[in-house]
Design a protein around this ligand. Sequence first.
Ligand code: NAD
Length: 332
Amino acid sequence: MTAEKIDENSARSQAAELRAKLNKWADEYYTYDAPSVEDAEYDSTYQRLVELETAFPNIVEPDSPTQKVGDHTLPGFSKVTHDIPMLSLGDVFSESELAEFVARLTDNEAVGFEYNCELKIDGLAISLRYEQGKLVQGSTRGNGQIGEDITENLKTIKSIPQTLTRPIDIEVRGECYMPKESFVNLNEQRQRDGKPPFANPRNAAAGSLRQLDSKETAKRKLSTFMYNVANYDDLETNTQSGLLAELSDLGFTTNPDSRVATSMDEIDDYIKEFNEKRDSLAYGIDGIVIKVNDLTMHAKLGATVKVPRWAIAYKFPPEEAQTVVRDIEWTV
Ligand code: NAD
């Protein structure tokens, strides 16, 4: 472990270098679905930027990757403005950081100890808008405010209902993913066709959803799990776990493995269980999402420009971890 002394000027120039790297990687990942570095390298570089910006708040800039969601949208698709922004999630990388997040909410915000634990599906966020129970628009997250209109492509996915069980107006959000088997088959096919393989199922799903020809998307065997509602005030439930049940009643596919935890031990058990089961699942997960179960607290806690305050992602350690541990001594 090395100790490091740093002043504001060198923090500013280091931060500028990190932002340039992260912005380049984000463009490769979000816009072109072709990352050149592993997620773990992106995440550790991002964490370093967070550390610098936390120690020196004056160096934060509005276009920093820490202040914005996702990235550009692809030309060729109409744009959709999200009336309710589509956010990212804050993340933690250890059970002790997760326990701190939970303790902060429980102590400072008087949140009762009830969390809905969900699998963090390794796909990309989508939004589906229904009018009178009919699917009228589907879009990507894009930069959180403006996404791509991919309605025709989403209509090819079997798990997305075109008509709900009730004729309501509702906007529903969730994850579109490519099952592992489809991913392997797709990359084998691409190899036979002399095309570069996709780096991971997440990038394959994103590339497949953003096809200009929906027949091409139809061949890619995508699927979805929905987990959130926007623009709808008539839910019968006031819990996240109840919301998933209502989504299922409306005709959506929800993940069967979510579970309410009422203690930190139960959250830890959930993490351990799914870290072990991870390889045997038919789809990729890169962590666990913990959400305050009481929906009234979601409205009360709100969100930052980038992430909700009522949820957090615990990310599993990468398959081959390469961790650089630093002990930074700030001189502000
Ligand atoms: P994220 O993927 O870390 O987490 C937020 C997303 O999780 C949500 O938007 C949603 O789409 C998804 N999600 C899955 N299951 C969910 C559930 N049950 N409930 C709620 N949300 C759920 O954040 P991000 O902003 O989409 O992407 C950032 C991450 O992408 C980075 O941490 C990094 O791992 C990766 N990335 C990699 C590169 C690279 O070059 N390798 C570049 C940019 C980003």
